[in-house]
Design a protein around this ligand. Sequence first.
Ligand code: SF4
Length: 314
Amino acid sequence: MTSKIKIGTSSCLLGQKVRFDGQHKYHWYINEILGKYFEYVPICPEAEVGMGIPRKTVRLVGPLKNPNMVEPVSGEDWTDRINKFTRSKIKSLDGLSGYLFKKGSPSCGAFRVKVYQKNGIPLANGQGLFAKQVIEAYPLLPVEEEGRLNDHKLRENFLERVFGYHRLQCLWQQRFKRGDWVKFHQDNKFLLLSHGRKHYQELGQLVAHIKDYKPSEFTSQYSKMYMEALSAKTTVKKNSDTLMHILGFLKKHLSGDAKASILREIESYRTNVHPLIVPLTLLKHYIDMHDVPYIKEQTYLNPHPYDLSLRNHV
Ligand code: SF4
């Protein structure tokens, strides 16, 4: 990677003192680890609409799908101002490859935000007003909340989608050439397989009929299906099948002993003894040694930077 990938984020997660209490919510992993690869575009909707720092707390009230943002003490309603601000910002988010939101916020929360009902009891599956509009405007954009990054499977899935989306964006910027899309798909085949056979097969069908589509139709359909495919979680079984698939391509280059040692490591991964990185590193060693071009270029071998250690968990 030559330049950093642009990611939108809630300003408070970067350490900016913009919260209602004048404090921040600096997030170590987002700043110190992901910050090596990401250039953050910080937005604090509440500060930027002039709610002040510090300010009174607000909450969402009313219907789950279309709540209002209200200050419970004064009754002041901020909904229109936040929505107007969001509409004015939306276009500028076009080049982002992902968004990291602050969990629970009535503006920034992406999942399970409390929406208070008339009886004073909250429903817990709303979305912050700003986050909701961003997600609706960019349905393919990978989004996540900082709290959920603690779960290594969600973290890996989010980051795989960010890097995958960025690869798509690079292709969108080039003049449409069928050969480029066929090559993109070819290089991503094993990555898609590791997320599930359904999308892998459907995308294969789409690419096989690329000549039947107008460039814009193909681009939007492939991109949508590609991002849906990456949203499906990988599992030990899906990864084990993918590793066996790779081994199938390598077999004729390997001695009996080499094959046996790879099979042993795939089995150790399948039975949760070793993390995915172990059989994968062994396979990569033989792929490099025998210089097998088709496999060597598979995104699955390096879908995200190695030192993020996303495949080191059992
Ligand atoms: S959660 Fe969003 S609105 Fe609240 S302080 Fe952080 S950036 Fe601002």
